[in-house]
Design a binder for this molecule. Structure first.
Ligand SMILES: [Fe+2]
Length: 356
């Protein structure tokens, strides 16, 4: 069962603090910049208006573009947007993405100098307001950033990752030469204030690795959210994914989720759909819940593993020339209380993030 979150029918005044924080502190919006907010019918209009009004208040020229609702996030990599969307976004300095997500034209826009901030990983939601208020106002995002950066530094220096859990996970990753990303939501360097990453998802944080194709061996016992086909499901019993050299070779366990996931993967006729993990991250937020908003990936101490495509995500994060995975899908699966070791440093024990 997915957790409850308050659905927004009217603007909560606290949300204006959130929009200001995201645009000013996280997206480093400056006077005179052009902002384009891309959204769809998943998101209430007052949420859109709050972002636009705040951008105007900060001296920006703010525009919005309502697009038709896209398919479920799991099939975003194969979805093609009309050129009209790309053309509309071309002159924006900052894009607030609440509808697009994985799309090659967004990569091109960043390469051409745009910044993209994604409140909620671009999926929008009727409860996005509540999720953002909880995760950005009720905890200290600066403290979350600092912790994420410390864990990222350990991960980047690491050579080998070992993940276990009481319900049967036993998984290893060779990460020598793979740098980690903090995923904390802030575009600027905390010391200099300069923009260092033009692409951020908020709320953070989920430090972790974007992994080269062929990484990872062992068993992942999934007991958290499984995002695939057109659902976010939490299995009643664990789903056991067996992987060999970065490819799923067996799916078994929880009758409902494992059966449907296995059938979906078989019917896809997509060579890359079983590749993975293509990313591996640990959540750090105490306020995040297991809702259908991206916050579920941030739940403290949980780990999320991505499968399928990371070729669209890769150029945002990876400066190396590592081999990425191509697929028409990107799906995710979560372990709620893993133990995570990077070399001989314990990052998390049975879901409790250690003091670093
Ligand atoms: Fe993912």
């Amino acid at each position: 069962m997915i957790d409850y979150s308050d659905v927004s029918f009217e603007l909560k005044p606290e949300f204006l603090k959130v929009t200001r924080f995201i645009l000013e502190e996280q997206a480093v919006l400056k006077e005179g910049e052009k902002v384009l907010l891309i959204y769809d019918s998943h998101t209430p209009q007052h949420v859109i208006n709050a972002f636009l009004g705040t951008a105007m208040q900060l001296g920006a020229d703010a525009y919005s573009l309502k697009v038709p609702m896209a398919p479920h996030p799991a099939v975003q990599p194969a979805f093609t947007w009309d050129k009209l969307v790309e053309n509309s976004a071309r002159n924006a300095d900052l894009i607030i993405d609440m509808a697009i997500g994985y799309a090659e034209f967004m990569v091109h826009l960043v390469n051409d100098g745009a910044r993209i901030i994604m409140p909620g990983d671009a999926t929008g939601a009727p409860h996005i307001e509540d999720s953002l208020i909880r995760c950005l106002l009720l905890e200290d995002p600066y403290a979350v950033r600092d912790e994420a950066q410390k864990i990222t530094d350990i991960m980047s220096a690491g050579k080998s990752v070992h993940i276990t859990s009481e319900i049967g996970t036993d998984f290893t990753l060779d990460v020598e030469g793979v740098s980690a990303e903090a995923g904390h939501g802030f575009m600027s360097d905390p010391e200099t204030g300069e923009v260092v990453t033009p692409y951020q998802i908020t709320p953070g944080a989920m430090p972790g690795y974007l992994l080269p194709a062929g990484s990872g061996d062992g068993i992942l016992a999934i007991d958290g959210v499984t995002l695939y086909e057109n659902v976010h499901q939490i299995p009643q019993d664990p789903v056991f994914l067996t992987l060999e050299k970065g490819k799923i070779v067996d799916v078994r366990g929880d009758r409902r989720v494992a059966t449907r996931l296995r059938e979906w993967l078989q019917l896809l006729d997509d060579e890359g759909c079983c590749n993975g993990p293509v990313h591996a991250n640990i959540g750090l937020s105490r306020m995040a819940r297991l809702t259908e908003h991206l916050e579920w990936e941030r739940v403290r101490g949980s780990m999320v593993f991505g499968f399928g495509d990371n070729s669209i995500l890769g150029p945002y994060y990876s400066s190396s020339k590592m081999k990425l995975s191509k697929s028409g899908v990107h799906w995710d699966a979560q372990i709620l209380t893993p133990t995570l070791d990077v070399d001989d440093i314990r990052i998390s024990e049975n879901g409790i993030v250690q003091k670093i």
